[in-house]
Design a protein around this ligand. Structure first.
Ligand code: GUN
Length: 291
């Protein structure tokens, strides 16, 4: 048996194409959607994510207000920038790339962003509204995972979804979304203190690996036929690769393919979906600015 490969790259491309059409009609009504992407410092993974976002913005026809600040930018300077972007009517979405340098309090910056411009869906107002199923911006990676499941025809109703990882960005919000009435999954969240992780993951009809640990999910931890969604993006050194490293997920991909029913690859799985959902959120933020 060999798993169906869930092609996030293609699903993301069709999402971007739909967003591009809507951007073009929004522009005809006088609104030019604009996303401010703020990067502090030169974390190589962050630099690469930010350039992926810039490319997508260009493709869908939105304005890219990229702001790159030095690593020694103070918390106050960053707060002032966020406040300026909040007040700027030509900016519809604000994204501050995480992680921030350790001298800056991340949560302080996140709560400073106007929730109406928080296209990351990280502000407590958006997270709270997500919890009680009110209008909000959904966090992009969890939302992208839901779209992948839907587009692949994976049945979530009554399914046991096991999430490995409890980050604020992925594991925690995804656990809420999968348990909501629009998905109706039964959800288990595993983390570093979980006893006998394999016993948990082997119960999963849908296994979400979001721990940030290269190839930690081995084939023996997967129930035959399960859908495996790999959110991990880990750089591992590889002297034969041009850049000196290559990307691997949290799942040991090749052996897992022999057991899973369907699986996302890394790269070209969840990653492109995150960016596509960011484009969609920015479009929605621009549309709502007309209200
Ligand atoms: N760092 C890793 N993923 C993300 C994301 O989705 N948004 C932001 N702002 N930072 C990140």
């Amino acid at each position: 048996m060999s798993a169906t490969i869930i092609d996030g790259f293609t699903i993301a491309a069709s999402t971007r194409a739909r967003v591009a059409e809507q951007v073009s009609s929004l522009k005809k009504s006088g609104v030019d959607p604009c996303l401010a992407v703020v990067l502090v410092g030169d974390n190589p993974a962050s630099v690469s994510y930010v350039s992926g976002k810039a490319k997508a913005l260009q493709e869908v026809g939105m304005i890219d207000r990229s702001i790159h600040l030095p690593a020694d930018t103070s918390e106050d300077e960053l707060l002032t920038l966020v406040q300026d972007l909040n007040a700027d009517k030509t900016v519809h979405g604000i994204l501050v790339q995480l992680p921030l340098p350790s001298h800056i309090n991340e949560q302080l910056i996140i709560v400073a962003i106007d929730p109406a411009k928080d296209v990351d869906g990280f502000h407590p107002v958006n997270l709270g509204n997500m919890l009680i199923e009110r209008e909000c911006f959904l966090p992009c990676t969890p939302h992208g995972v839901l779209v992948l499941l839907r587009e692949t025809g994976v049945q979530t109703v009554g399914a046991h979804a096991v999430i490995v990882g409890r980050s604020n960005i992925v594991g925690k919000p995804l656990s809420i979304l999968l348990a909501r009435r629009d998905c109706n999954a039964t959800v288990t969240v595993c983390h570093t203190k979980t006893r006998d992780l394999g016993a948990m993951t082997r119960q999963a009809d849908i296994l979400i690996a979001a721990a940030g640990s290269p190839r930690m999910i081995t084939a023996d931890m997967i129930k035959p036929g399960a859908t495996v969604i790999d959110v991990g993006v880990n750089r591992v050194s590889d002297a034969t690769a041009k850049k000196g490293y290559r990307l691997v997920g949290d799942v040991d991909f090749e052996p897992a393919c022999a057991v899973a029913g369907a699986i996302t690859p890394v790269p070209r799985g969840v990653g492109p979906m995150t960016i596509a959902m960011l484009m969609e959120n920015t479009l929605v933020a621009a549309e709502r600015s007309m209200r």
